[in-house]
Design a protein around this ligand. Structure first.
Ligand SMILES: [Zn+2]
Length: 413
């Protein structure tokens, strides 16, 4: 027996025209029909979920998060000290919070435990979003996120214990071996860093990382195994190297130039600007944020928005991701702020909705399963008061969440 969901307005995640008075029929975990009340007859026996005062959308997706159980931003080395089982337990709370905030799928791009959290969610042990996980990302020795204040010998021991956001590989041979290790662990994609980072004390965002042969080896090996590659890249040279190797998405992309934009258009590469992390960190400017991170954040911000807009207007595909890591001010929950920021940065509200749903589904390699409210897709459905096309802030308060046909949250008014 089907469940019928009745709404006031439907934004189906394809970018098509909003539909008034929609009815969505769900059988098991799947959408079997979606359309206007006239087009979709409802069996009188069907269970009806009445959301007729709400806007219905596909479950949101965050294309760039870290689920690592980190408690403070002050010291990234805490990630090395924290035993992975403790991190994993902490992330179960974050996973539930993400799901209740309307995020039915996420992509985790760095950190050791999300691969196992994903398994636990799929087994039904804990509740959370669908996860596409990269496992630990790849950097070269000394690269963005390699804490220089910890002796290299200790970092190598930590790495062998599976700890840390990233794993160090040097030279094409180690790069290929690293990708094969990730594959063996169960990674869904590969994450690499080709430049320094805003939150790296020693490596400013413009500094280059891997050599071209190393990036080529990482990307070629990943693609041979059928895995996409996400490249963290700020500086122009690092972005270009990643694009020349054929990565599938550029994360951040601060110093994109015209040549990079051209390559992205030609290769269909996504740009995931992750405004949320920079904005939240700068707006909060709390004591928790290290001074170097504040300074570097402010330095990149203006250029970032300008180059993003150039890429968007040229037609580059935009992914929606926050880069939230866990501790305040970048705690999981209000991840929909990225949609607000993307509108502020110049995207149309409809493009932003598509980016966070159908578009992200493509980026996450989930488009055949979910991302739009269309026949045959998994019933990942949310509903909000008001119309996000008029006010994106409405997505920060999601009273109804269904994942795979199961109602995980329904706050009635
Ligand atoms: Zn990140």
């Amino acid at each position: 027996m089907a469940t019928a969901i009745k709404g006031k307005l439907l934004l189906d995640g394809t970018g098509g025209k909003p539909l008034s008075n929609p009815v969505i029929l769900v059988e098991g975990d799947t959408i079997v029909a979606a359309g206007t009340a006239d087009d979709v007859p409802v069996d009188p026996e069907a269970q009806v979920i009445d959301l007729s005062d709400k806007t219905i959308l596909p479950g949101l997706m965050d294309a760039h998060i870290h689920l690592v159980g980190l408690k403070s931003m002050e010291d990234m080395a805490e990630l090395i000290r924290t035993p992975p089982p403790l991190s994993a337990l902490r992330t179960t709370v974050e996973a539930r919070r993400l799901l209740e905030a309307g995020f039915t799928s996420v992509r985790t791009v760095g950190g050791p435990t999300a691969i196992f959290l994903k398994q636990a969610i799929e087994e039904g042990v804990v509740s959370g979003p669908r996860i596409m996980a990269s496992g630990r990302s790849f950097i070269q020795t000394s690269g963005g996120g390699d804490p220089w204040d910890i002796p290299l010998e200790l970092m190598e021991i930590a790495a062998s214990l599976g700890r840390g956001l990233a794993e160090t590989v040097d030279g094409p041979v180690e790069c290929r071996k690293g990708v094969r290790r990730r594959l063996r662990e169960g990674a869904d994609l590969i994450k690499i860093l080709t430049t320094g980072a805003v939150f790296s004390k020693e490596n400013p965002p413009t500094r280059v990382g891997f050599t071209q042969p190393e990036i080529d080896a990482l990307v070629d090996e990943a693609h041979r195994m059928g895995l996409k590659v996400a490249a963290h890249a700020h500086g122009t040279e690092g972005i270009r190297s990643a694009l020349l190797a054929g990565v599938d998405s550029i994360e951040h992309g601060t110093y994109l130039d015209d040549e990079c934009i051209e390559l992205m258009l030609k290769q269909g590469t996504y740009l995931v600007p992750t405004f949320a992390i920079f904005k939240r960190v700068m707006d909060t400017a709390g004591d928790d944020v290290p001074e170097y991170a504040m300074r570097q954040g402010l330095q990149v911000h203006e250029t970032h928005e300008r180059n993003f807009l150039k890429a968007y207007r040229a037609g580059v595909k935009i992914g929606c991701g926050t880069d939230f890591v866990g501790p305040p001010p970048i705690e999981h929950g209000p991840n929909a702020v990225e949609l607000v920021y993307l509108v502020e940065a110049g995207m149309t509200p409809m493009d932003v909705i598509v980016s966070a749903t159908g578009g992200n589904a493509d980026l996450l390699a989930l488009a055949e399963k979910t991302g739009t409210i269309t026949t045959g897709k998994l019933a990942d459905i949310i509903a909000v008061d008001g119309n996000p096309l008029d006010d994106m802030q409405t997505l920060l308060n999601v009273p109804f969440v269904m994942k795979g046909g199961e109602v995980v949250k329904h706050v009635s008014d």
